[in-house]
Design a protein around this ligand. Structure first.
Ligand SMILES: NC(=O)c1ccc[n+]([C@@H]2O[C@H](COP(=O)([O-])OP(=O)(O)OC[C@H]3O[C@@H](n4cnc5c(N)ncnc54)[C@H](OP(=O)(O)O)[C@@H]3O)[C@@H](O)[C@H]2O)c1
Length: 337
């Protein structure tokens, strides 16, 4: 049971629902914010709780109602959920019904054969651990984080169905499944009576794999898409235009999914050309990158990360100019080729 600390009464912005858009997620009844905040990075046990709290408050004040977790976000694993649980208790407990809180299991979490994959054993135990760490009674969405080729898809989908039927989550999602796997997952979940609410794939101007089949499946089946790393981990911002600033994600040696090597000279040429278009549109590159992702009809929400509250402010301002001319889209396509 979440109870707010009476000594630390956070008062959210009374106008928080005026700037954000809330598109419907697929054919469901639930609307998601066009921008959601992910807690993969900068919310771990090693990070500042003060900053984490400021970012979550900033996001909620700007109308971001969806917060995305996974069992292994940290470091150490599990600590982002603990941090978010702490922020819930201190600040957001009275607003639980205004929030969509998600978690996932699939990648490695604890030692041994039951701490990774897509088995019912792992998913249910992991969901229970995540509920405990966050102090929540239920997640709004629980995801299979990745397809496990060694587990029958039926078993993974039955586990998701069970997680909903047992009251641990309201909706289910899948992440990182390809088009064919998604089509199969949709069919199984439909037969079980727990429809797939949402897919969470990576999508940004530099990684358009979902356009090659997945978006068509999602559109036809009317399943939403919450797309992660819309800024390509910061590459699609103006931060790396003149080198790698200290403290940025690419500069941090512990980062294994993004480093200075990803910022090659040809890549930088592309980013600079994209930045020129953004400037001509009166936007930061981050804002244009987010508007571009949201311009794909299959996309319900862009799932951003942040290291400071100001970045969230900047990103939410993307919603002030979401339209692209045919010429702009063509120029962007030419740069990206
Ligand atoms: N399902 C999956 O397998 C999966 C995988 C990855 C991520 N995700 C989810 O997606 C979320 C977002 O991923 P991501 O962090 O890679 O997203 P991202 O939005 O592409 O990158 C976030 C990083 O970009 C920089 N940034 C953000 N806003 C900025 C702005 N307005 N101006 C300049 N720089 C800005 C910051 O980097 P600095 O730290 O350098 O300041 C920030 O940490 C994760 O938290 C997680 O919830 C899911």
């Amino acid at each position: 049971m979440l109870t707010q600390d009476p000594n630390l009464a956070y008062q959210p912005n009374a106008d928080r629902y005026t700037r954000m858009a809330y598109p419907r997620c697929g054919a469901s009844g639930v609307r998601l914010p066009a921008l959601s905040l992910g807690l993969w990075q900068n919310f771990g046990g090693a990070d500042s709780l003060t900053n984490a709290r400021a970012m979550v408050q900033c996001a909620f004040d700007l109308g971001i109602t969806q917060f995305d977790l996974a069992n292994n976000y940290g470091p150490p694993y599990g600590s982002a959920e603990t941090t978010f649980g702490e922020i819930l208790r201190r600040d957001l407990a009275p607003f639980r019904d205004e929030l969509i809180i998600t978690s996932k299991a699939g990648y490695d979490m604890w030692p041994g054969p039951y701490g990774i994959g897509g088995s019912r054993k792992y998913l249910v135990a992991s969901c229970d651990q995540s509920l405990k760490r966050t102090g929540l009674e239920y997640f709004d969405i629980f995801y299979s984080h990745c397809m496990d080729p060694d587990t029958p898809l039926e078993e993974t989908m039955q586990a998701l169905d069970y997680i909903v039927r047992s009251g641990r989550a309201l909706y289910v999602g899948i992440s990182n499944y390809d088009a064919e796997q998604t089509q199969n997952a949709i069919a199984i979940l439909k037969s079980l009576g727990t429809p797939l609410l949402v897919h969470q794939p990576r999508y940004n101007m530099l990684d358009r794999w979902i356009e090659d089949g997945l978006t068509e499946v999602l559109r036809q089946e009317r399943v939403g898409a919450v797309v992660f790393s819309p800024l390509a981990q910061g590459l699609l911002t103006n931060k790396y235009l003149d080198g790698v600033p200290a403290g940025s994600r690419a500069s941090r040696p512990e980062q294994i999914y993004f480093s200075e090597q990803d910022i090659s000279a040809p890549m930088l040429t592309k980013v600079k050309a994209l930045n020129e278009i953004a400037v001509a549109r009166g936007q930061t590159l981050a804002q244009m990158a987010l508007a571009w992702v949201l311009n794909n009809e299959a996309v319900t929400s862009a799932l951003i990360g942040a290291s400071r509250p100001e970045q969230i402010e900047d990103s939410v301002s993307a919603l002030n100019n979401r339209e692209f001319s045919e010429q702009e889209l063509a120029r962007i396509d030419t740069i990206l080729k």
